[in-house]
Each structure stands twice: as C-alpha cells, then as structure tokens.
Design a protein around this ligand. Structure first.
Ligand SMILES: Cc1cc2nc3c(=O)[nH]c(=O)nc-3n(C[C@H](O)[C@H](O)[C@H](O)COP(=O)(O)OP(=O)(O)OC[C@H]3O[C@@H](n4cnc5c(N)ncnc54)[C@H](O)[C@@H]3O)c2cc1C
Length: 475
C-alpha cells in the first residue's frame, strides 16, 4: 500500500509542497484540507491589482532552483515581465492555481488520487502508524504523512485596540481589501502599522481620486527601505561559508556580519560605501524620498546581496536551539524588517506622492489613547496632549505566526490551544519532544518559524517543500 499524504492549507506553500510529492508508485493519495480553492491563499489569493509583491519575479517561484517558474508562466502568457519586476500578487495566485491543476493531472496519470476537503483542520493525532486529522466541521481524515502549510491569517491587534475589537468602525485586518474600498471617501483613517500590509492598506485607501486622509502609526514609526529588485545574483556575492562558520553566541557577531556584507558590497559596487547606499534621515518622509532616489538611481547596491543573505540566515540558523534563535534574531530585528522586507520603488513613489499632498502622514509616536466617541468616530490622544478626531481605525500591524502545540489529549493542535509548543526538528518534522525522532508530520513555510527565521517568503517555503519531498521519497 502506498502513502496517503494530507496537506493542511491551500496557499502557495501547499502548492509548492504538492509539486514536490515524489512521482512514482509510492503515493496512493493526496488530500488537501483548506477552506478555499487550492492555490488561492492569503497573500496571493487577492484579486486586487493594486497589491504588488515585494519580491521580484526571480525569487517568487514555487521552485527554489533554476529559472523562476513565475517568470516562465508570465512570459508564456504574454506578460511583458522581467526577472526584476514586482508583479501584482494576484498573478502569483493564478500561477499557483495553474501549477496545482497541472500537478493534479500528472498525479492522476500516475495513479495518485487528489481530493480537497473544504474545511480547516483542528488537530493531528497519531493512531498507530497513521495520523487522524480532525476538521472543524467534525469530519476526520486519516493518512500516513501530514504536511502542515498554514499561512499568516491571524492579525495582531495592539493592546490599545483589544477592548474595541468588535467595534463596527474598527477593521482588525486590512484584508479583504474591498472593506477598505467601501470606507467613506472623505474619511480620516488611523492606520496601525508601517510595514507591508499597512502600506497595502494606505495605498488602497488613498488610490485614485480618494479624498481620504490616512495617519499611519507604529512603535518604530519607520517605513521599510526601498528597492528596485530582489533577485538571485548571477554569481555569488556573499562569502557564504564564512558566514555559516560564525558562532551565533559570539559577542562580535554584529561586526563579523557587517564585515562580510561590506566586503561583498565593496566587490560588487567598489566606489560606493554602504553609508552612501542608505539614508539615515530622521523623518520618515525624508528617509523615504532619499531611499527612493538611491534605489532608482542605481545607488542601492545593498539590495543585490539580500536574496543570498536570506538563504544564508535560514541555513545558518537551522541547527540552533529556540533560545539561540530568539537571542540572535532580536539583535537583528531592525535590519531584517527594514532591508529584507523592503518595498518596491513603485509603492515608495506612491507613498511619497501621498505624503507630498498631505493625504498621508506618518506619526512619530503611538497614540496615548484611542477610544470610540459616543457620537461616532474615534478620539485619538497623542503624546504631548494633542487630540484628533478620526472616522475609522484600521489595524494592519502584522500577523501572529501559526502556533503548533501539543495538548494533554496527545494531539497536535494547529490553533495554539494545546498548551505546549511543538518542536520542529532540523529536517522540519514536528515533535512533542526534541530528544525523540520527529513524527511523519512536517511544517512548511510559516508553520516552521520556530526553526527557520525568515519564513514570510515563498522561496523559503519552496526550499522546505523540496526538503520534505526528498524525505517523502524515502521508504
Ligand atoms: C500581505 C502579504 C504580502 C506578502 N507578499 C509576499 C511577496 O510579495 N513575496 C513573498 O515571497 N511572500 C509574500 N508574503 C509571504 C507569503 O505569505 C508567503 O510567501 C507564503 O508563500 C504564502 O503562502 P502560504 O501558503 O504560506 O500562505 P497563505 O497563502 O496564507 O495560505 C495558507 C492557507 O492556509 C489556510 N489555513 C490556515 N489555517 C488552516 C487550518 N487550520 N486548516 C486548513 N487550512 C488552513 C488559510 O486559509 C490560508 O489561506 C506575503 C504575506 C502577506 C501576509
């Protein structure tokens, strides 16, 4: 009898995993458990053309190696696209959907059945050498191997907003985007967040002839850096082996990493030091304008080492303990969010234009207090005592990573309700106890964030999928 594989989740990562399920007689069936059509998950399931990828076509691929699958897909359909481009995210959803259909046909031809149960999975429990996945509609499905491909779909709500989570004039997430478009066109909106999903929200709220005003706020008050590409270099720029040999507990780690990056950049762009590639302006508007200028005049050479940096950090951190991971990553949180998650120049240009007209303002502090007014709208009290009336509040402050936990019932709980955090082994298996071999349950993409530092990136999930596919191919 062959293996019966269960894939939990139906976004891009699930499709990447599906395409890596080995061809051959060893796999009898694949069952997807996902609440939506396969391929059309959160980030890439949108239909809104305003929402751009922040990763270039080159790295936004279901396959980590070779030519970009997305580039091949788009050029075959006549899109005038190159590997540097940041395309609308809905195109990635279409690419994933089509790759899923092709893979399903190929699987069918070699005798593997594929089915999709439209539901969410709640728990995974071992029964002998099989696993039972319990769904939220009461059904159960059993299989020999389980791939957990959950994405980011639990928005973070700042403490200030928690008491008001059910208020009709608060959107706790910017998605689905049509709710933003439905807000009054003359509304003043207080927008929590200054990173990617908040930028999505600001651009949608201010698009076209909108008369809206948006005030963005976050603890850092900082926008991501600006880039014109995120591509794999034609030949390696980074001394990866030197980086991988660094001791993560070294007190000199910041200097050692900086040296590796500076030496890569001095070979790549010899006449431009790192200090001349970035802006340190203290106001977000000036910094955005300066970084946009640097990126669009070809001066931001740093962007060319980012793809290798992400791959290297993920490989370097793979064997670490959770404590080491937390300690090291907290030291580098700022560069990771600013430069690794930089925004496309097209989005930066639109933000800068809205700032110039006064439609967009980025607050330099978080409000002291935000509360609904009895006659509608919200009262915002800023540090220093200034008060402001806004019509709506939108929260785009990021997402909780999926939390896999074990419960007293011996089952893996996918919604964090189990009590004890699951361990993810270096080969991505889920286990209740790091001293015993992992289950035949694997975490891919965001679900593996306790093992892999940079998971909000399709390329990372594609590496995970390749690794898990290789393990599935073994008897
Ligand atoms: C706003 C936004 C923009 C992004 N832009 C980019 C980008 O430009 N480039 C890039 O590389 N990455 C981007 N990412 C990161 C992106 O999420 C990952 O790259 C990832 O590849 C997306 O695929 P996914 O399958 O993990 O997640 P999703 O597409 O979110 O799919 C996961 C699906 O699993 C389902 N699910 C959740 N829980 C369960 C359950 N219990 N049972 C069954 N199904 C469940 C959800 O319904 C969800 O739709 C972005 C993320 C966000 C949030």
């Amino acid at each position: 009898m062959g293996k019966d594989v269960i894939i939990i989740g139906g976004g891009a990562n699930a499709v990447s995993a599906y395409t890596r399920i080995p061809a051959g007689p060893g796999i009898s069936s694949v069952t997807f458990v996902a609440p939506h059509p396969i391929g059309l998950g959160g980030a890439f399931g949108t239909t809104d053309p305003e929402l751009l990828c922040n990763t270039s076509v080159d790295v936004t691929s279901l396959d980590p190696e070779g030519a970009s699958g997305l580039l091949t897909y788009l050029t075959a359909r006549g899109w005038p696209t190159g590997r540097d481009d940041f395309v609308p995210r809905y195109l990635v959803g279409q690419y994933c959907r089509e790759r899923y259909r092709q893979a399903r046909t190929a699987a069918h031809e070699r005798g593997t059945t594929t089915r999709h149960l439209t539901a969410r999975a709640r728990t995974v429990r071992r029964d002998g050498d099989r696993y039972t996945v319990r769904l939220d509609d009461g059904r159960e499905v059993t299989g020999s191997d389980v791939l957990v491909c959950l994405g980011l779909d639990r928005p973070r709500l700042p403490d200030q907003l928690r008491p008001h989570r059910a208020h009709p004039e608060l959107l706790t997430s910017p998605y689905p985007i049509r709710r933003l478009r439905a807000l009054p066109t003359d509304a003043t909106v207080l927008l929590y967040g200054t990173k990617l999903s908040a930028i999505d929200a600001a651009l949608v709220l201010l698009a076209g002839d909108s008369g809206r005003r948006v005030v963005m706020t976050s603890p850092s008050g900082a926008l991501p850096a600006v880039r014109t590409r995120l591509c794999r270099p034609d030949k390696a720029l980074l001394e990866t082996d030197r980086w991988l040999a660094l001791d993560p507990r070294s007190p000199y780690l910041d200097t050692q990493i900086t040296r590796i990056l500076v030496s890569a950049l001095s070979r790549h762009a010899p006449r431009r030091g790192l200090g001349r590639q970035t802006s340190t302006a203290s106001t977000p508007a000036t910094r955005l304008a300066e970084e946009l200028h640097l990126a669009t005049t070809g001066a931001a050479a740093w962007q060319d080492v980012i793809a290798e940096t992400i791959d290297t950090i993920n490989e370097w951190a793979a064997p670490w303990s959770p404590q080491t991971r937390t300690d090291v990553l907290s030291r580098f949180r700022e560069p990771i969010t600013r430069y690794i998650s930089a925004i496309p120049a097209a989005n930066a240009r639109r933000l800068a234009a809205h700032q110039a007209t006064g439609a967009l303002h980025i607050a330099d502090a978080m409000p002291k207090q935000v509360r609904p007014r009895p006659d509608g709208g919200w009262l915002v009290r800023w540090p220093g005592g200034r008060e402001e009336h806004v019509d709506r509040v939108v929260c785009a402050a990021g997402y909780h990573a999926p939390r896999l936990t074990w419960g007293d019932d011996g089952a893996l709980h996918l919604d964090g309700s189990g009590g004890t955090d699951a361990h993810i082994t270096e080969d991505l298996r889920v286990t209740p106890d790091p001293s015993v071999p992992g289950e035949r349950v694997w975490a891919i993409g965001a679900a593996a964030h306790r093992r892999t530092p940079i998971v909000n990136y399709l390329r990372t999930a594609a590496f995970h999928a390749r690794e898990v596919g290789a393990q599935l191919a073994r008897p």
